[in-house]
Design a protein around this ligand. Structure first.
Ligand SMILES: C[S@@+](CC[C@H](N)C(=O)[O-])C[C@H]1O[C@@H](n2cnc3c(N)ncnc32)[C@H](O)[C@@H]1O
Length: 316
């Protein structure tokens, strides 16, 4: 994974106040040297960049312990998931993905992410959610090769992750949300997490009922430009069965303005970008081929500041 830079995004790790940074350091250090260490630590933090939106504490910012559960869950509809084959593109640590499978009786769920460290963490979160502490012994009924002609890029692993499902969803809240929830072996059988760049997966035609794409398209758009984005939309359409659902949560243009400097490639793509998030419904309906577009919500009630985004349903 390439070098990383932090931009002014609500989802970016905040540098702790100077007064917090040096706490617990060796008291024998002089004031000047402590300040220097603090400055160095702050500088290092500011250099962390998540070029693909591959934040490693995402659900910490997004959900926030006070809210207990991801407010987007209330906008999800049973018909999209109940007994359906689902792909979650850009699943990050799989926290939302796993919660969905637990809440609805999803037939199969494949979470895909470009960051192998996040996929590793997602698999661990799955095992933890299933109560499978002795290592994975169950094979998923979901067969990846049925869905793709695999052709993914290799990315280097990144920093160790520090977050787990239980940090985000307190047990009491999680069990409140589970309707006939899947647990144990059944949960493990139905979910798989795959490390892949979605643009390098040749998704087969008519293989899934629902594609979930939450807060991901900006990153595809910035990293692969207008062409990459359209290619992604076309591939998603192809993968869906007739009547299938594409659930899209696009980031607003203001969010692009905060993040386009994450890499030189993103800067360049941004400069030549013609498409805007407002154009996506028109592109998906008029050019890609989706039959219907429904605005599920223009905002997510009770969401953390900066994360109230529209949610669309496109039907093939
Ligand atoms: C901002 S996070 C959103 C996580 C999750 N979808 C959610 O909303 O809770 C964006 C995720 O998309 C992933 N991502 C970005 N570009 C991708 C690509 N081309 N293929 C697969 N995953 C990608 C990132 O690694 C990151 O985990």
């Amino acid at each position: 994974m390439g070098a990383f830079v932090v931009e002014d995004d609500p989802a970016v790790e905040k540098t702790p106040p100077v007064s917090e940074v040096g706490k617990g350091d060796d008291q024998s250090l002089g004031e000047a040297s402590r300040k220097e260490n603090t400055l160095k630590a702050n500088k290092k933090k500011r250099k962390t960049i998540f070029q693909y939106g591959n934040y490693n504490q995402y659900y910490g910012y997004r959900v926030g312990s006070a809210l207990g559960t991801d407010p987007r869950m209330h906008l999800m509809q049973k018909t999209w998931f109940d007994n359906k084959d689902v792909i979650d593109i850009g699943c990050n640590e799989g926290v939302f993905t796993i919660s969905l499978v637990q809440k609805y009786r999803v037939r199969s769920m494949c979470g895909i992410d470009i960051d192998p460290g996040l996929i590793n963490k997602a698999s661990k979160n799955l095992e933890q959610a299933a109560g499978n502490t002795g290592g994975r012994t169950v094979n998923s009924i979901y067969v990846w090769d049925d869905y793709v002609c695999e052709n993914e890029l290799d990315y280097d692993d990144k920093d160790a992750r520090k977050f787990s499902v239980s940090d985000v969803i307190p047990e009491s809240t999680a069990s409140d949300n589970v309707v006939d929830g899947l647990q144990g072996k059944e949960l493990l059988e139905r979910v798989i997490f795959k490390h892949a760049n979605i643009l390098h997966c040749n998704l087969r035609s008519n293989v899934v009922d629902t594609v979930l794409c939450l807060s991901v398209v900006k990153w595809i758009h910035l990293n692969w430009g207008d062409e990459g984005l359209v290619e992604f939309f076309i591939q998603t359409y192809r993968a869906l069965r007739p009547g299938g659902a594409f659930i899209l949560e696009p980031q607003p243009w203001s969010s692009y303005l905060r993040n386009f400097r994450v890499s030189e490639a993103c800067r360049q793509n941004f400069r030549t970008m013609i498409l805007r998030p407002d154009h996506f419904p028109g592109i998906l309906l008029e050019h890609v081929g989706f039959k219907f577009c429904e605005e599920i919500s223009l905002e997510v009630p009770n969401s953390t500041q900066g994360f109230s985004r529209p949610l669309y349903l496109f039907t093939k």
